[in-house]
Structure formats: structure tokens, C-alpha cells
Design a protein around this ligand. Structure first.
Ligand code: PBG
Length: 352
């Protein structure tokens, strides 16, 4: 019989480890899985993943106007004026949340094609960073690096004839990261998905003496419809021309996520992020197992809005569903999670 030749056009199927036979671990009726579940104390003992306030990063919105304003599509979420910011963050710091992520709500008059406001050292974000670091130096401050809040076209990069420019965008991102670092932020979070920006930002930070400023790379950021409410919150939704599919990832892919993470790590990322969260737990798991590096997940605005909308209708139990969704991230392998519910959840954890 002729030897069968391997077809070079067939994608090789990775071999999976043989499943451990259930017999090797015993069987019913000697084994009763419900025994360990029968008491609260034994459930506590055998719990594999645990959520604590230490795992949370609170994303929050700042606005130019004093006071606070509500975000309609995100019940319970507010934009804070600089007069309210320090108090609001102070309360969350008291609950043990170690870090926050800042996003600005920028007036339309400051949005331009060259996104110059992004690297104005007196812009809203820089003023917010300075106020926070002066009042609450122990709180970690993560700042998004991307042009969308400042872009009249709503995109994360510079736009020319409908195309998103990569290398030209990186030049602006570098300047944005530098003004954030000068203002005192602890981490920069490039969320723009341009190629090569992590290495370029790392080089620029080091060159300016900011070698201790960390980079939390939005490495596997998908072109997701779950960002809708966020775009309301920062006021970039109305402006957005087209979609972000030429730079954010296709939801169908996860091998590609591993390549993105590998590149960002080579370029100097300290933490890598997967975003959105719950629909992408498999990606979190693959990234954590493959690289074993600090892995952050983002429970995005649409995930928050879904839970809140259902809870407001009495269809889901708000507290329980928030806790369950967050422990799921820990089980999948995330070390930390950005969640708009961080203040609420930290309060629930404290109450026990
Ligand atoms: C912008 C940015 C987005 C989010 C964080 N940074 C939106 C987008 O890419 O359009 C989404 C966060 C959320 O939905 O909660 N670079």
C-alpha cells in the first residue's frame, strides 16, 4: 500500500493532552462530589479562585465642568469634575482598590484632526493626574494612551483619506505618553492597537528618565460592539467615522492574540491586557498559560451595562452577578480586572 503523504495544506491540529481518566480518581458511590460542597466552611476551603479588592482597577471618567454628571448608558457611573475627583477616589482607596484608570470627557471644541490636545501638558487628564498624585500618592494611576477622545473623527489614530496612519500616530502617542509621565502617572495604557507603539513608547519614556513608569499594553483588544456605552461616556461615539476593524482585532481570532502579546512583551510591556472580558475568557486563559506574565482583563462598558440593565429590571441579582462575573476572570487566569463596578464590589467584599 502506498504511504500516505501528509497534506501540507491541512492545518496541523495541535495534540491535546490525554484527559485524566475519571476511574483513576475514583467513582460514584465512593466518590460524591457534593460532599465538599455541603458546608459553607468546606466550600471556602476548596475554593480555587478568589477575588479581593487587590485585584481591581477602577476605570473612571473625568470632566472639565465641576461637580458630577451621570452616564445614561452606565447606571451608577459618573463623570467627575476635578473638584470631586479626589474625594471619589479617596473613598475607593479606603476600600482597598489599588489602582484606577483615567478617561477624559473632552469638549467637542478641543477635538481636532491632529489631536493636539492629547499632548497638551495642561489637558484635563494631566491636571487630574497631578491632583490625584498630590492627594493620594499611594493610589496607582493608569492613563489610557490613544487619540480617540481628542480626535474629531473619533478614531484612536490619525486619519488620512479614511485610513488610520500607523507610524505617524505613534509619534503623537509618544508625546501623549510623555505628558502623562511628566504629570506623574504610574502606568500608561496604550489602547490604540497601532503596530510597534509599545517599543516606541518604552524607548521615549526611558530616554526622558521615566524608566519606572510601567506600560500596561492593551495587547489583545478586539473590535467590539461592547464598547458602545464607553463611547457615550467619553463623547466619542457620535464622532466615530466607520469602525475600528483595521486596527482592533477580529473577535474570531485567538492565535493572533498570542502573537500580539508576544510582540508587546518583546517591546517592553510590563502587563498585558485582554479586552473585552467575559466573552474572551478563553483568550485570557491562553495568554496566561502561554506567557505566565501579569495579565489584566477589562470588563468593558457594555458588559457592565448588560448586568445593570438586567438588574434594574429585576431579571438578575445585581450583587451576585457582579461577584460571579469577576471571580470568573480570576478563574480564567487574570491577575487583575478593570471594572466600573470596582467601588461597589470592593464595598461588597469588605462587608463580607
Ligand atoms: C479607546 C478606548 C476604548 C475603551 C477603552 N479605551 C473604546 C474604543 O476602543 O473604542 C473601551 C472601554 C469600555 O468599553 O469600557 N481607545
Amino acid at each position: 500500500m502506498a504511504e500516505t503523504k501528509a497534506n501540507p495544506f491541512l492545518r496541523s491540529v495541535p495534540e491535546r493532552a490525554a484527559p485524566r481518566l475519571p476511574e483513576a480518581l475514583g467513582a460514584y458511590p465512593q466518590v460524591r462530589m457534593r460532599r465538599n460542597r455541603s458546608d459553607a466552611w468546606s466550600r471556602r476551603l476548596v475554593a480555587e479562585a478568589r477575588l479581593s479588592a487587590d485585584d481591581l482597577i477602577w476605570p473612571l471618567f473625568v470632566q472639565e465642568d465641576s461637580g458630577e454628571s451621570a452616564v445614561a448608558s452606565m447606571p451608577g457611573v459618573k463623570r467627575y469634575g476635578l473638584d470631586r475627583l479626589v474625594d471619589a477616589v479617596g473613598e475607593v482607596a479606603e476600600l482597598g482598590v489599588p489602582a484606577l484608570a483615567l478617561f477624559p470627557y473632552i469638549d467637542d471644541s478641543l477635538k481636532t484632526a491632529d489631536c493636539a490636545e492629547a499632548h497638551n501638558p495642561e489637558n484635563l487628564v494631566c491636571r487630574a493626574i497631578r491632583a490625584l498624585k498630590a492627594a493620594l500618592p499611594e493610589m496607582g494611576v493608569l492613563v489610557d494612551v490613544a487619540l480617540d477622545p481628542y480626535n474629531s473623527l473619533g478614531h484612536d489614530g490619525l486619519v488620512e483619506d479614511g485610513r488610520i496612519l500607523n507610524d505617524e500616530t505613534i509619534e503623537v502617542l509618544i508625546r501623549q505618553a510623555l505628558v502623562h509621565a511628566e504629570a506623574g502617572c504610574d502606568l500608561v495604557g496604550p489602547s490604540d492597537m497601532m503596530d510597534g507603539r509599545i517599543g516606541a513608547i518604552r524607548g521615549a519614556l526611558d530616554g526622558a528618565g521615566f524608566q519606572d513608569v510601567k506600560i500596561c499594553a492593551y495587547s489583545a483588544k478586539y473590535a467590539s460592539a461592547f464598547y458602545g456605552p464607553f463611547r457615550d461616556a467619553v463623547g466619542s461615539g457620535g464622532a466615530l467615522a466607520g469602525d475600528k476593524k483595521t486596527y482592533q482585532m477580529d473577535p474570531a481570532n485567538s492565535d493572533e492574540a498570542l502573537r500580539e502579546v508576544a510582540l508587546d512583551l518583546q517591546e517592553g510591556a510590563d502587563l498585558v491586557m485582554i479586552k473585552p472580558g467575559l466573552p474572551y475568557l478563553d483568550v485570557i486563559r491562553r495568554v496566561k498559560e502561554t506567557f505566565g506574565v501579569p495579565t489584566v482583563a477589562y470588563q468593558v462598558s457594555g458588559e457592565y451595562a448588560m448586568m445593570k440593565a438586567a438588574a434594574a429590571n429585576g431579571w438578575l441579582d445585581n450583587d451576585k452577578v457582579l461577584m460571579e462575573s469577576l471571580v470568573a476572570f480570576k478563574r480564567a487566569g487574570a491577575d487583575a480586572v478593570l471594572s466600573y463596578a470596582a467601588p461597589e464590589v470592593a464595598g461588597l467584599l469588605k462587608a463580607g
